[in-house]
Design a protein. Structure first.
Length: 394
C-alpha cells in the first residue's frame, strides 16, 4: 500500500476510545497524568489500535503531561455499556467514567471508515473543567504505526485538545536592588527590593535586570510547562570608569596647594632678603642709605619704595661690589614680593574650586551620601604664609 505524507490541509485527529493511562497515579510536580481509552470503532479495528498506541506515546512525550497507567486497558464501548450511559458519552457519562477509573483526566475517541478515508473525533476530559474535542479525516494509508509523520499528526491532535501549554512561574531574586525586568529583550515590569515574579510560556528565555549603579544582570533559562522556578542574580556595582569631576577636584586642590607652596617660599625669601640687606642700611635723617663695609662716607642711592613695602629703600654708590650685591638683593626681593602677592589669591581660588567640585561629586550609595567627602580639607592662606589641615574620614 502506498503511504502518503501529511500536509497542512490535514486539520483533525483520531479520537480516543479504549483506555490506557500514561504516568503514575500520583501527579508529579511538573506533569499531569492522562488516561488513554482505546479508540472505539465498528469497522476500522487495525486503524483504531494504531491510533491508540500512537496517542499513548504522544501523551507521554508531551511537555507537562504523562501517561497514567491503569490496572488494565479500558475500552470506551465497554465503559458506556457497564455504566449505562450515552453513546457517544455526554458530560454526565464522562463524569461517571472518571469516577469509575479514579482519574482526573482521560482521552477518548471514535473512528469510522468512509471508503479510503478514516474520520473520527478526539476528546480530553478534565475533572471540573469538562471536555475539549476536535475532529479529523485522513486517508487510510496514512495510519501506519511506525511512520514518523503519523506520530507527529497524532501528537498535534492531542496538543489541540490539551489546549495551549500552561505557563511556568519564575521568581527572580536580585539582591535588594530596584530596577527594570526585561524578558527576551522586552520590558516585563519592575524589580522591587530585589524581587519580581512572572509567568512565562515554556521554552527558552533570556532574563535581564537593569538597575541604576549596577552592571546588567542576565541569565538564560529553559522552562517546562507549569514549572515553578526561582533564579538568583548577583548585583555588581558599576566600576563607572574615571570620575572627571573628582579628578578635576583633586587636581585643582593639588594646584592650589602647589601655588600656596610657591607663595610661602616667596614670602620666606622676602624676609630672608630683608635680613641680608640689613648690613647695608643705616637710618640717617629719616631715610635709609647704603653704607659699604669698606667706606665711611654716605652716598646717594636708588629707591625701592612704593608697591613693595617689605623691601626697604637701598641707596647705591661707593664700592661697586657691595653696591652690586645690594642691588641684586633688592631686585630679587621685588620679584619675590610680586610672586607672593600674586600666588596667594591664585592658591585660594584653585583650592576653593577643588573643594566645591569634590563636595558636589557623587561618592556612591544613595542621595544621602552625596557630598560626604572621604576627607576633610581646611585650607588657610595669607600674606605671611599658608597651609592646610587634611584628615581622612573612615
Amino acid at each position: 500500500m502506498r503511504r502518503l505524507k501529511l500536509t497542512a490541509a490535514v486539520t483533525a485527529l483520531c479520537a480516543v476510545g479504549g483506555v490506557t493511562m500514561f504516568g503514575g497515579s500520583a501527579e508529579a510536580a511538573e506533569e499531569l497524568p492522562v488516561a488513554v481509552l482505546t479508540i472505539q470503532t465498528l469497522d476500522a479495528f487495525e486503524q483504531a489500535n494504531a491510533l491508540t498506541s500512537a496517542l499513548r506515546t504522544a501523551v507521554e512525550g508531551a511537555d507537562g503531561w504523562s501517561h497514567a497507567q491503569l490496572d488494565k486497558e479500558h475500552a470506551l464501548l465497554f465503559l458506556i455499556s457497564s455504566l449505562d450511559c450515552a453513546d457517544p458519552p455526554d458530560a454526565a457519562c464522562e463524569q461517571k467514567i472518571g469516577d469509575e477509573l479514579k482519574v482526573d483526566r482521560f482521552v477518548w475517541g471514535t473512528i469510522k471508515r468512509e471508503g479510503e478515508e478514516i474520520s473520527g473525533d478526539l476528546h480530553l476530559w478534565t475533572r471540573g473543567a469538562g471536555s475539549r474535542g476536535t475532529t479529523f479525516k485522513v486517508p487510510v494509508n496514512i495510519i501506519v504505526p511506525s511512520d514518523p509523520d503519523f506520530a507527529k499528526f497524532v501528537e498535534s491532535k492531542f496538543l489541540e485538545v490539551a489546549g495551549p501549554p500552561e505557563p511556568a512561574k519564575v521568581r527572580i531574586k536580585a539582591g535588594s536592588v530596584n530596577g527594570t525586568l526585561f524578558i527576551d529583550g522586552k520590558d516585563a515590569g519592575k524589580v522591587v527590593a530585589g524581587a519580581a515574579t512572572v509567568e512565562l510560556p515554556p521554552g527558552a528565555h533570556r532574563i535581564r535586570v537593569v538597575a541604576d549603579g549596577y552592571e546588567d544582570m542576565e541569565t538564560s533559562i529553559d522552562l517546562k510547562v507549569r514549572e515553578d522556578r526561582e533564579i538568583s542574580l548577583l548585583p555588581l556595582k558599576k566600576s563607572g570608569g574615571p570620575d572627571i569631576q573628582k579628578i578635576m577636584g583633586f587636581t585643582t586642590i593639588g594646584l592650589g596647594v602647589a601655588a600656596a607652596g610657591v607663595a610661602t617660599y616667596a614670602g620666606v625669601r622676602v624676609m630672608q632678603i630683608n635680613d641680608e640687606l640689613q648690613p647695608f642700611r643705616e637710618d640717617t635723617n629719616g631715610e635709609y642709605r647704603f653704607i659699604p663695609s669698606s667706606a665711611e662716607q654716605e652716598v646717594d642711592g636708588c629707591d625701592a619704595t612704593g608697591d613693595y613695602a617689605n623691601i626697604e629703600p637701598v641707596v647705591s654708590g661707593a664700592d661697586s661690589t657691595e653696591r652690586g650685591r645690594a642691588i641684586d638683593l633688592c631686585k630679587e626681593g621685588e620679584t619675590m614680593q610680586t610672586m607672593t602677592l600674586a600666588m596667594w589669591p591664585v592658591a585660594g581660588a584653585l583650592a576653593g574650586t577643588g573643594v566645591i567640585l569634590l563636595a558636589t561629586a557623587k561618592w556612591g550609595g544613595d542621595s544621602k551620601e552625596v557630598g560626604q567627602l572621604p576627607f576633610v580639607l581646611v585650607p588657610s592662606f595669607g600674606p605671611t604664609g599658608g597651609g592646610a589641615t587634611f584628615s581622612m574620614r573612615f
